[in-house]
Design a protein around this ligand. Structure first.
Ligand SMILES: [Zn+2]
Length: 271
């Protein structure tokens, strides 16, 4: 499942390849699960538009579009579990499970491929640009970050995953940042001390920045036409390591469920 760093890597890679291009034609598969906006509306919004920018908002890839002198529409791509956004030469055979093809003026194609179809495509028109449901974790200030959790009764792990509070943080980076900050995942968000918040903010931003940096170095694996390799895996300290020993203190890592999600933590390092 692509998380924030992978989505950012894909968005940056697609941006580098297609910014400034005009979309001259759009094909969609007719598989309704994939389309959150009516396909006809997606085709109409994209056809003839210029791609100004491709960027990440939360875990969504946003393609900012303009038409003549008017700007304001956005094409939103959510990769879901298995979605990929590829930039291909037209002669590259169409992969199975392709659900949308944007033909560009220079004849290349942007293809959305998604075998399991949890990915979603839609168009929106937000004045001032699409900003998403929550705050951006990679740029939020320490002060604003602390305010997000004030008075919240849910577990800090669940708060980190709540997309209307912070958008884009998934299970891997929630567990990894809580480990690095030495905080128990079940601790009530509103009860985090100033010191804990002061550790969690940089821990989360560092984990995300590191993963973006590492993912970014292999960007062609994601978006070029033959991109079939998996996503970069951060050197995980806890995620996916339940029952194994903590890399810092050698205690066995514990596995619990918080907010419906598998959660791994070290009972000794996280208090
Ligand atoms: Zn430990």
């Amino acid at each position: 499942m692509p998380e924030l760093p992978e989505v950012e890597t894909v968005a940056n890679g697609v941006h580098a390849r297609v910014a400034g291009q005009r979309i001259v034609g759009v094909w969609t598969s007719g598989k309704s699960l994939t389309f959150k906006s009516p396909e006809a509306e997606i085709v109409e919004t994209l056809t003839g538009a210029r791609i100004e920018k491709v960027r990440r908002v939360g875990k969504t890839i946003v393609m900012d579009l303009s038409r003549g002198k008017t700007s304001g529409s956005q094409f939103l791509v959510h990769l879901g579990m298995t979605g990929r956004l590829l930039v291909s030469a037209p002669e590259v055979p169409m992969p199975l499970h392709t659900h949308a093809v944007l033909s560009l003026a220079d004849s290349r194609e942007v293809r959305f491929v998604d075998p399991r179809r949890f990915g979603k495509l839609s168009v929106v028109k937000e004045e001032g640009g699409y900003t998403g449901p929550g705050k951006e974790p990679t740029t939020i200030s320490a002060g604003e970050f602390a305010k997000l959790f004030k008075g919240r009764k849910l577990a800090i792990k669940a708060a980190l995953l709540n997309q209307s509070i912070l958008h884009g943080v998934g299970n891997i980076y929630a567990d990894e940042s809580l480990f690095r900050a030495g905080i128990r995942p079940r601790k009530q968000a509103g009860k985090l001390t100033k010191a804990e918040l002061a550790r969690l903010h940089p821990a989360l931003q560092e984990v995300l920045a590191k993963a973006i940096q590492l993912g970014g170095s292999s960007v062609s694996d994601y978006v070029d036409a033959d991109g079939v390799r998996g996503f970069f895996q951060l050197e995980h300290k806890v995620y996916g390591r339940a029952g194994e020993n903590c890399k810092d203190c050698t205690s066995p890592l514990k596995n619990i469920v918080v907010g419906g999600r598998t959660t791994v933590y070290c009972p000794k390092c996280q208090r």
